[in-house]
Write a protein that binds this ligand. Structure first.
Ligand code: N15
Length: 303
């Protein structure tokens, strides 16, 4: 066992999702306490494996059902040899610890994990709405009402993380899922910084969401997530990120200069919020807690 996972390592308190009702978190918490008492460890045999939901660099995600409770989850299967080869096992441990302790309706829950000789299995919340990236691609862009709800939810979820001194640093549509009530779910915590997706490997995919201080290699803090939220809001409303360019260095220049251009048809208050999020000076960026009170959000969340 070279991954550093101890058999009795502390796991999520809610690692035993025995509830019949997926939406009842209370039941899950209760049964998880029972599970802790029993000292139950999960194993692959506890789950029925369904269709694949997605594929990443280190493994696949499957639809799965816990046999006893019939609880539906997303089971992420990571290959130890691939993790070791990439030297990311410490990063993974850290991310698992972070993810297990986050409880927010806009952050994908991780119920626990287990492993065998070859693989590590992450028991993740199943999002019925699927990947936001796909929805954005098929629709082209989102209307103001949906965008405002997503951005408001994201701001609150990120604020929750910042209060726990967790910076996401990799906000982009590929890391977001949609829940059963259409709510946004942040699905990936910093992990993908070290686990490049195919889009990140392409020439210019990497930089689009990064703030000036990061592309310039300067020190950065939690205000990087405020910038990324601005980029995300622009992409929701326009259909492509604001600093997109041919190649790495052209994107770098556009970000560094905050070369922000709006297509015709965007509302004035939406442009105002985007500008306030996309400030070059991190200290001048709008605080996350002010986002829900911005006129554009208020106007679109009414009705
Ligand atoms: C490093 C680790 C501790 C962080 C844990 N988070 C992740 O591993 C990030 N992650 C989340 N990687 C894959 C997923 C993931 C979770 C991918 C897809 C789904 C998921 N939950 N639900 C889905 C899902 N629901 C779908 C519905 C329709 C079509 C596709 C769907 N994918």
């Amino acid at each position: 066992m070279t991954t550093g996972f101890k058999r009795n390592a502390a796991q999520s308190p809610a690692r035993h999702p025995l509830s019949e009702n997926q939406t009842e978190n209370k039941n899950m918490e209760q049964s998880s306490i029972e599970a802790s008492k029993n000292g139950k460890q999960w194993c692959l045999n506890d789950f029925e494996i369904g269709k694949p939901l997605g594929r990443g660099k280190f493994g696949k995600v499957y639809l799965a059902r816990e046999k006893k409770s019939k609880y539906i989850v997303a089971l992420k299967v990571l290959t130890k040899s691939q993790l070791l080869k990439a030297g990311v096992e410490h990063q993974l441990r850290r991310e698992i610890e972070i993810q297990c302790h986050l409880r927010n309706r806009n952050i994908l829950r991780m119920y626990g994990y287990f492993y065998d000789n070859k693989r590590i299995y992450l028991i993740l919340e199943y999002s019925t709405g699927g990947e936001l990236y796909r929805k954005l691609t098929s629709k082209g862009r989102f209307n103001e009402k949906n965008s405002a709800k997503y951005i408001c939810d994201m701001a609150q979820a990120l604020s929750y993380c910042h209060a726990k001194h967790i910076i996401h640093r990799d906000i982009k549509p590929e890391n977001l899922l949609i829940g059963s009530r259409g709510e946004i779910k942040i699905a990936d915590f910093g992990w993908s910084v070290h686990a490049p997706t195919s889009r990140r490997n392409t020439l210019c995919g990497t930089l689009d969401y990064l703030p000036p201080e990061m592309v310039e290699g300067r020190e950065h803090d939690e205000m990087v997530d405020v910038w990324s939220l601005g980029v995300l809001m622009y992409e929701f409303l326009v259909g492509s990120p604001p600093f997109e360019a041919e190649g790495h260095s052209a994107t770098y220049r556009r970000i560094s200069r905050v070369d922000l251009k709006f297509p015709k048809g965007l509302s004035e208050d939406s442009k105002d919020l985007i500008r306030k999020l996309l400030q070059k000076d991190p200290r001048k960026r709008l605080s996350l807690d002010s986002v829900p009170n911005h006129p554009w959000v208020l106007r679109n969340l009414r009705s």
